[in-house]
Design a protein around this ligand. Structure first.
Ligand SMILES: Cc1cc2nc3c(=O)[nH]c(=O)nc-3n(C[C@H](O)[C@H](O)[C@H](O)COP(=O)(O)OP(=O)(O)OC[C@H]3O[C@@H](n4cnc5c(N)ncnc54)[C@H](O)[C@@H]3O)c2cc1C
Length: 321
């Protein structure tokens, strides 16, 4: 017989959104259970220097920040369980999640904080240089490339926004796109083409991220012309892959309203999803900002929304009785 864990507030995901919801939920007396998933601490555990999380004058390390958030959540009464959820039943309350070993987690309310993962080009050289010149987040890492030549790879809104953002740090930004036109909105394209420090290389695909220097880092990109097959080298010290993100919402297809890109839809200004009692926070519902601090902020909102929802339900139940 598989074990069942029940709580008033069930939280799925242990990145900044899930752990912030846990801190607020625990302090509101909801004894949250956090199902951590295969990446306890979330995306920040895959990076080193974090310079933009408020409260720290010195550079801090992503994994350290997440350990501290978890410790704080546990200190105020949240319980962490390591499991990966493979099934979700949102058809009635309490909601039920099932782990890959069959363990059942049930919650009067559910906070979904499963995040999103950046899409990569999946080149071995890209993997080798991640965090050493290759990044998927200009807002996070752009500051480390002050005064350096950089390239942004992609052709959609994200790529154009990242290229424009990088002009705050670099006088030489190259946008690399494998086609001869961009998918980005017209207004963004206009701003891109008007910018004196951005040039676009059309019909080019990255063949290889080139390593060099001591300590080793990115020194260039080998670019393949998608029409002629010719390879040219572009010298850059930063390469930002901006080809989109995949929100972790596979579990919720057909059960919650998702937008065309698969992000969970929430009522404007809240974390309420299309199912009453289910709340979403962090990168899984935010394709615009995608930062640790915004994830933590919406995590706080989700816990407060959930607490109010439960209070209303409990008030109605006692009034009816
Ligand atoms: C390399 C890198 C560097 C970054 N640097 C910065 C930075 O400097 N500053 C900044 O503000 N932001 C940075 N970011 C962005 C930041 O990490 C994210 O915005 C933030 O982590 C999003 O938090 P989240 O809680 O929404 O989701 P995530 O951090 O993605 O966490 C998702 C959680 O959900 C869990 N999960 C998913 N599916 C399941 C499942 N089926 N069952 C159980 N659990 C599941 C995972 O295990 C994980 O714990 C960086 C991101 C990356 C990748």
């Amino acid at each position: 017989m598989p074990a069942t864990h029940s709580t008033r507030m069930l939280i799925l995901g242990s990145g900044p959104a899930g752990l912030s919801a846990a801190i607020y939920g625990a302090r509101a007396g909801m004894a949250p259970i956090v199902v951590q998933g295969i990446q306890p601490g979330g995306q920040l555990t895959t990076t080193t220097d974090v310079e933009n999380y408020p409260g720290f004058r010195d550079v801090i390390q992503g994994p350290w920040l997440m350990e501290e958030m978890q410790a704080q959540a546990e200190h105020v009464g949240a319980r962490m369980v390591w499991d990966h959820i493979v099934e979700a039943d949102l058809s009635r309350r309490p909601f039920r999640l099932i782990g890959d070993g069959g363990t059942v987690y049930s919650g009067d309310v559910l906070v979904i904080a499963t995040g999103a993962q950046a899409k990569w080009l999946n080149l071995p050289s890209e993997e080798h240089l991640k965090g050493r010149g290759v990044s998927a987040c200009a807002t996070c890492d752009g500051f480390f490339y002050r005064g350096k030549k950089v390239a942004v790879i992609g052709g959609g809104n994200t790529a154009v926004e990242e290229a424009l953002y990088m002009t705050n740090h670099s006088h030489e930004v190259t946008l690399i796109h494998r086609r001869d036109s961009l998918r980005a909105e017209k207004i963004l394209q206009d701003r891109l083409f008007a910018h004196p420090n951005i040039r676009v290389l059309w019909n080019k695909a990255v063949d290889r991220f080139v390593a060099g220097g001591d300590p080793e880092g990115l020194v260039g990109l080998d670019l393949r012309d998608t029409k002629t097959g010719e390879i040219d080298r572009l010298e850059v010290e930063g390469g930002f892959v901006a080809i989109g993100h995949s929100p972790a919402t596979e579990l919720f297809k057909g059960k919650l309203a998702l937008d065309a890109d698969g992000y969970i839809e929430v009522e404007t200004g809240t974390t309420r999803t299309s199912v009453a009692g289910v709340f979403a926070c962090g990168d899984v519902m935010d394709k615009v900002y995608r930062q640790a601090v915004t994830a933590a902020g919406t995590g706080c909102m989700a816990a407060l929304d959930a607490e109010r929802f439960l209070a209303e339900m409990e008030f109605e139940a006692s009034a009816a009785a």
